[in-house]
Design a protein around this ligand. Structure first.
Ligand SMILES: Nc1nc2c(c(=O)[nH]1)N[C@H]1C(S)=C(S)[C@@H](COP(=O)(O)O)O[C@H]1N2
Ligand SMILES: [Mo]
Length: 430
């Protein structure tokens, strides 16, 4: 018998009071099946959440263009990502809608799952073997990571920046910590989950009322209470409550992704009711500190040659119209609008920028965390990539970015720069 074993046996005889004693936890619902059935939703849900998050990161950093990727020391965690395509136009819209809405929908499931295993947090002795110690340490990263990702994600879409770090870096690195722990956890637990699911039938549980609800068979993990109290809610009722919570979150937020008139149903979106005179404006000119734009405004263009164009000169160039959505990293969208302006590719040709150059776009806006965005060569070349001058048949309003704004298919909203003042084609970048 090892020292650890002997110590564990001795400790087991004298658990601290309260939640450390098995008899403290008496819900008859806790057990391997109940925990496992929640995992059935979480396993694919979290996988999709992670993948759409990675895709969003790749989109946010088209080819990791220098102006966009501000992640310090990203190393392998960032550099391997492929560039993001400039189409189909709904790609980022769908990706981010899924990421944000799914993240919200999973919150009740995660909370229920944490409730279902809560006694394990107080297990005494804390570990009986080194393997178990490693597993419990990984659980710290798993639970901590999940809570961190959900909390920072929700706070970000609510514009509640009550932290000293950048959301984007923290949420990204947090995701890697979490997913590493998640993979370890699944590897440890998948077999237990499968056999627990075999132990009971969901169909039967959904027909079982409170009066017929009893604890599961005692299990080796001690999830089942040794002294279960009579049921006050059935498993059906508990799962129904989780589902109702998820559906409510879905119903009160999905409108911001779909956009248009459904937007007013997004009661949980921070600016859900702010439709603007025609369609959603995230940051108004007044909020960005943009006054009436000087009549002498000119677009500065730099490539192999340079040019300076008034708005009238831009309007006189060949105009192209495209139906495109703006999709923000926060999950909301303007829905599809009809944008008209000059193709970025035409502007590149005008100043002799070689194909394959990326584009630095700068705004009149100074400060407020917004300065510039870099578009990849593929995004500059895309036929529907525009410096928009008009939307839905009218000149851009100042809130929509007058005199000119960038709009590119499948580009994260944040890079569709408004109030453009200067565009510089950068040779030698992807
Ligand atoms: N100059 C400038 N351009 C900007 C922004 C900004 O704050 N300033 N916001 C960006 C973000 S985060 C998004 S999602 C889109 C939203 O466009 P909207 O503000 O017109 O709704 O514009 C992008 N372009
Ligand atoms: Mo955004």
């Amino acid at each position: 018998m090892s020292v650890l074993d002997r110590w564990a046996d001795r400790a087991a005889e004298h658990p601290p009071p309260g939640p450390f004693r098995a008899g403290f936890w008496r819900s008859p619902l806790r057990g391997p099946w109940f925990t496992a059935i929640l995992s059935v939703a979480l396993l694919p849900g979290i996988t999709l959440l992670f993948l759409t998050g990675l895709a969003s990161y790749a989109a946010y950093n088209p080819n990791l263009a220098p102006g966009n990727d501000t992640t310090p020391d990203k190393g392998l965690l960032g550099s391997w990502l492929p560039g993001w395509p400039a189409g189909p136009s709904w790609l980022y819209w769908v990706n981010q809608g899924v990421h944000v809405t799914l993240g919200l929908v999973l919150i009740p499931v995660v909370l229920a799952k944490l409730w279902s295993v809560l006694p394990k947090l107080f297990e005494w002795p804390p570990a009986r073997s080194v393997t178990q110690l490693v597993e419990r340490a990984s659980l710290l990263l798993l639970v901590g990571g999940a809570v961190f990702e959900l909390v920072t994600g929700v706070m970000n879409i609510q514009y509640f920046y009550a932290w000293p770090f950048g959301f984007y870096q923290a949420h990204y690195y947090g995701a890697w910590v979490f997913i590493a722990a998640f993979v370890v956890h699944v590897a440890f637990r998948l077999r237990t989950m499968v056999s627990a699911l075999r132990g009971r039938s969901l169909r039967v549980e959904l027909r079982t009322p409170v009066s017929q609800t009893f604890a599961e068979q005692p299990d080796p993990d001690h999830l089942v209470s040794p002294d279960p109290a009579p049921a006050t809610i059935s498993r059906r009722g508990a799962l129904g409550m989780v589902a109702a919570g998820s559906l409510t979150l879905f119903g009160l937020s999905v409108g911001q992704t779909i956009g248009g008139t459904t937007r007013s149903t997004a009661l949980l979106a921070p600016r859900g009711q702010n439709m603007g005179p025609d369609f959603q404006v995230n940051k108004t000119a007044a909020e960005a500190g943009i006054g009436p734009v000087d009549a002498g405004w000119r677009l500065e263009l730099h490539g192999a040659a340079s040019a300076s164009l008034s708005r009238a000169q831009l309007v006189a160039l060949p105009q192209h119209t495209a139906r495109l959505p703006i999709a923000c990293v926060e999950g909301w969208s303007t829905g599809v609008q009809t944008w008209t302006g000059v193709r970025l590719a035409d502007l590149a040709a005008m100043v002799g920028a070689a194909p394959g150059t990326s584009l630095l776009v700068e705004s009149l806006q100074r400060g407020g965390g917004f300065g510039s965005a870099t578009l990849s060569a593929g995004q500059v070349r895309a036929p529907d990539a525009l410096l928009a001058l008009r939307v839905n048949g009218a000149d851009l309003s100042i809130d929509h970015g007058f005199p000119a704004r960038v709009i590119v298919p499948a580009l994260p909203g944040v890079h569709n720069t408004k109030w453009v003042t200067r565009m510089t084609f950068l040779p030698g970048q992807r």
